[in-house]
Design a protein around this ligand. Structure first.
Ligand SMILES: [Cu+2]
Length: 113
């Protein structure tokens, strides 16, 4: 093993260490969004979730009716993200949708459970 190779290995190891430290606070969770039916719902929920400060990524999976969120656990909580979705008019896990927000949804999105 040459000196250059060993050095490269060391740099890579250090880089990986720094990277994993930076990701330490990042958590991923799935939130059930049972009342989501169409692309418009998906867009509304995605926007509501990503507007929460600390949320890095929100991916809506309409066929499984879940939204996968990646968030910084030192900045926000799963409960806060659920609340944002509730305020947008959708049920999130055990929390029912906010009735006033639900009323304002487009007709195609209003699905009584
Ligand atoms: Cu919809």
């Amino acid at each position: 093993m040459t000196k250059a190779m060993r050095l490269t290995g060391l740099v890579l190891a250090l880089g990986l260490l720094t990277w994993s430290c930076g990701k330490a606070e990042a958590k991923t969770a799935e939130i059930r969004i049972g009342s989501a039916v169409c692309e418009m719902c998906a867009k509304t929920i995605k926007e509501a979730a990503t507007e929460v400060s600390g949320v890095q990524l929100a991916t809506v999976d309409l066929s499984n009716k879940v939204v996968k969120v990646t968030y910084n656990a030192s900045k926000t909580t799963l409960s806060a993200i659920e609340d944002a979705i509730v305020k947008a008019g959708y049920a999130a896990n055990e929390k029912p949708a906010d009735p006033a927000a639900f009323k304002k949804l487009p007709a195609c999105c209003k699905v009584e459970l």
